[in-house]
Design a protein around this ligand. Structure first.
Ligand code: ADP
Length: 162
């Protein structure tokens, strides 16, 4: 069975992430979307909230599960018996960071963890969780950026009714 892990912060999940998950779910038998528990990044949503939002929005994809992890991705992947990590590439600005991340993981896993990159759908190339949080904090329109269930939770974090 071809298993792949899609790790990230997902703070919160956006249509860009959902596009990558949907396309990856057609390439592999099973996908684990793995939410990184990294309090040092001071996320807006707790890990539990991020996992719940992801589960809601991928409920239509039977071969995708959502989990969380702390520590090194290579250790988590080994524990899951998985040798493939998926990452998304939006623009050249992602490239340096993603190349470094992929090469580091390959080196510290001694070649056990390969990274597969999926390029973003052009309509989501500008989309990031940071942008979505910023727009939501000013009660701006995020209906094209995240599903309704996620938008509601975002607005309520910033003290808006809806
Ligand atoms: P990080 O793990 O760097 O905190 P995120 O949780 O925001 O990043 O994203 C996880 C992965 O999804 C990263 O590889 C990121 O490049 C990718 N990604 C984020 N937004 C998009 C998008 N709009 N289109 C394609 N890939 C994306």
């Amino acid at each position: 069975m071809k298993l792949a892990i899609y790790p990230g912060s997902f703070d919160p999940v956006t249509y860009g992430h959902i596009d990558i998950i949907t396309r990856a779910s057609k390439m592999f038998d099973h996908i684990i979307v793995a939410v990184l528990n990294n309090p040092a990044k001071s996320p807006l949503f707790t890990v539990e909230e991020r996992v719940t939002m992801l589960r809601e929005v991928i409920a239509n994809l039977p071969n995708v599960e959502v989990d969380s992890f702390s520590g090194l991705l290579v250790d988590y992947a080994r524990e899951k018996n998985c040798r493939i990590a998926i990452r998304g590439l939006r623009a050249m600005t992602d490239f340096d960071y993603e190349l470094h991340f992929a090469q580091t993981n390959s080196a510290i896993s001694r070649g056990d963890l390969e990274t597969v990159f999926l390029t973003t759908d052009i309509q989501y190339s500008f989309l990031s969780s940071t942008t979505v949080r910023e727009i939501a904090s000013f009660h701006g329109d995020i209906s094209e950026l995240v599903p309704r269930s996620v938008a509601k939770k975002l607005y309520s974090k910033y003290g808006y009714d809806n």
